[in-house]
Design a protein around this ligand. Structure first.
Ligand SMILES: Nc1ncnc2c1ncn2[C@@H]1O[C@H](COP(=O)(O)OP(=O)(O)OP(=O)(O)O)[C@@H](O)[C@H]1O
Length: 273
């Protein structure tokens, strides 16, 4: 992969050019198609939300933007996914480097069973970070809006923090390896409303520097935080499985106030799903 804009100092991609692009993407588990024929552009410094009923393939699609599906036996990605115009699945592309530049935060906060400090430092060391580690830890925790709460107990276990703090620690950990994109798979579903709000505020701050894609079941959350929303649905197949597909993708305000498809209108108004 080429160097990132932040590494080269080159100008940022124009908002009209997608940072990530899915072209006719279908994802299978074994012979079952989980999600089919998705065309979707994700733009830099925006928050893009994936919404839709359970099982329509939101997480499956999210995972293929940083090749996490590679780690699932039997998962297969068809079609093209590009990042800054580069085929993410090309032979010469290193999936580990992909996952550094396109980080991920999961549904359940999953800090390492290590100190708060080492939750941040661990990944950075593995990625060969040679700078001032104390500074990196402080910067990452500050960006994740956690520094003030943990600065006096950096040697305590990450697992000793509250759920909301743990999730912000996981966000800090993702940031520490200097990604360009952060994929978030239902990052607030295990959090209470106050912690949820804190993470939502954090996302607004982070989008100044990062591109965010979030899967959420919470439609208020999608409408509050995202710039663009993709609505997915699933249809039953003759084989008895469900196949997800993209119904509509637009600016969030249009999806929630003036969608083009009746399906979208019904879903966002709570009539199904
Ligand atoms: N590791 C896996 N192995 C086999 N099938 C899987 C795997 N992960 C997901 N699937 C299947 O792929 C389909 C899409 O699942 P996925 O989790 O992506 O949907 P989702 O829209 O994110 O659902 P939810 O909102 O419930 O999290 C489902 O039918 C699911 O059973």
């Amino acid at each position: 992969m080429t160097a990132s804009p932040s590494q080269t100092g080159s100008p940022n991609l124009k908002a009209t050019q997608p940072l990530l692009r899915a072209e006719d993407v279908s994802i299978l588990y074994g012979s079952t198609v989980a999600v089919s024929n998705v065309f979707l552009d994700i733009f830099q410094y925006q928050i893009t939300a994936f919404i839709g009923p359970s099982g329509c393939g939101k997480s499956t699609l999210l995972r293929c933007f940083n090749r996490t599906n590679d780690l699932i036996p039997g998962a297969q990605v068809k079609g093209n996914i590009t990042f800054q115009g580069i085929d993410l699945y090309a032979k010469q592309v290193d999936p580990v480097e992909v996952r550094r530049r396109i980080g991920m935060v999961f549904q359940k906060p999953n800090p390492f069973p290590k100190s708060i400090y080492n939750n941040i430092a661990f990944g950075a060391r593995i990625n060969g970070y040679k700078g001032d580690m104390d500074e990196l830890v402080e910067t990452s925790l500050t960006r994740a809006a956690l520094w003030d709460e943990v600065k006096d107990k950096l040697n305590e276990s990450g697992l000793s923090l509250s759920g909301g703090q743990q999730q912000r620690l996981c966000i800090a950990r993702a940031i520490a390896v200097q990604p360009e994109v952060i994929l978030m798979d239902e990052p607030c579903s295990a959090l209470d409303p106050i912690s949820t709000l804190r993470v939502e505020e954090l996302m607004q701050e982070l989008k100044e520097q990062y591109t965010i894609v979030i899967v959420t079941h919470n439609m208020q959350q999608a409408s509050r935080v995202s710039d663009k929303t993709a609505f997915f649905n699933a249809e039953a197949t003759d084989q008895g499985s469900k196949r997800g597909y993209l119904v509509e993708y637009d600016d969030t305000v249009n999806i929630f106030t003036n969608p083009k498809e009746d399906y979208t209108r019904d879903y966002v108004s709570g009539r199904f799903g």
